[in-house]
Design a protein around this ligand. Structure first.
Ligand code: ATP
Length: 283
């Protein structure tokens, strides 16, 4: 760890509120010398010494082979599990200082898979995204319903608003999770393989949707993804987890290089340019 911590890590702590807007220039998400391990004391080191800052208007893709630690890292950044050491800040405040409802106004998290225990109309699931914005003792209002319906329409599922969520296909359920995130409308979104169950057209549609949020509304996204060509299509930045917990993080052109990707995935990969886009193919 560097001896002089960056200025945004030295700001005095105060309990932030739901109306908190980080001062200009404050990263939406920041880590300092973060270590993530699994398996308790003496367990496996997944991420070693990660320091990064995510700002509005940035689209980060989280890359790495199966079992590298992408999900565990996202859980740690979302506050669902503690780091082995190091700091995580959201909006200029340590994660632990945020009351949960207030934190949910600032950052959203879409897990890899959602299991629905109960029959619920799809619209009610999407409305859950509005809960952090509804003050205590109040129900969602017309504006919340309108936002939830709008979010469903954006993922192409408006006709399924009244359908029982347990009857959805895997891809439809994934799109409902994205609609819930859109209804929540957090400045920072963490997503764990949100494209995994989607067909090619839906993958592109959801990517375009997220990219528009980043470009047009200055949101920030950190998303794990296995398809390197899809990552290259949208990423401004990348975070690559390699063996032994080594991480490379930064602007996409510095991280997504043939030597680094080939080493991380244990297979030679070649970069191709066609039709104005970058494609990554196995050699
Ligand atoms: N409770 C646990 N005890 C021991 N090992 C664990 C535990 N939870 C997760 N792991 C291991 O931690 C490693 C990282 O898991 P993680 O789910 O973060 O990988 P990932 O990069 O998201 O993989 P994938 O691309 O397959 O989704 C895996 O090897 C997994 O088996």
């Amino acid at each position: 760890m560097s001896l002089s911590a960056p200025r945004w890590l030295r700001r005095p702590a105060a309990t932030p509120s739901r109306h908190h807007r980080p001062p200009a220039g404050t990263p939406l998400l920041a880590t300092e010398d973060l270590r993530v391990t699994v398996g308790g004391p003496g367990g496996r080191l997944l991420v070693d010494g990660l320091s990064l800052a995510l700002h509005p208007g940035q689209f980060w893709c989280l890359l790495g082979p199966n079992g590298a630690g992408k999900t565990q890292l996202l859980h740690t950044l979302a506050g669902a599990r503690p780091p082995a050491s190091g700091a995580v800040e959201v909006g200029g405040h340590p994660l632990a200082h945020w009351p949960l409802a207030e934190l949910a106004c600032l950052r959203g998290y879409v897990p890899q898979a959602v299991h629905d225990a109960f029959s619920t109309p799809v619209l009610d699931v999407v409305l859950q995204g509005r809960h952090p914005h509804v003050s205590r003792w109040h129900w969602e209002g017309r504006a919340d319903h309108a936002l939830a319906l709008q979010a469903l329409a954006r993922v192409g599922l408006a006709p399924l608003a009244l359908r029982d969520v347990t009857t959805l296909s895997g891809g439809e359920r994934q799109r409902v999770a994205l609609a819930t995130l859109l209804a929540q409308d957090p400045p920072l979104a963490l997503l764990d393989e949100p494209l995994a169950h989607l067909d090619l057209a839906q993958q592109l549609r959801m990517l375009d949707l997220l990219k528009a949020e980043v470009d047009e509304r200055q949101r920030a996204v950190l998303m794990s993804v296995h398809d390197l060509s899809l990552a290259a299509r949208v990423a401004t930045h990348a975070l690559l987890i390699t063996a032994g917990g080594r991480v490379v993080a930064g602007p996409v052109e510095q991280v997504m290089t043939a030597p680094q990707l080939s080493r991380a995935f244990g297979h030679p990969l070649r970069r191709h340019e066609a039709e104005g886009r970058t494609w990554w193919l196995p050699a």
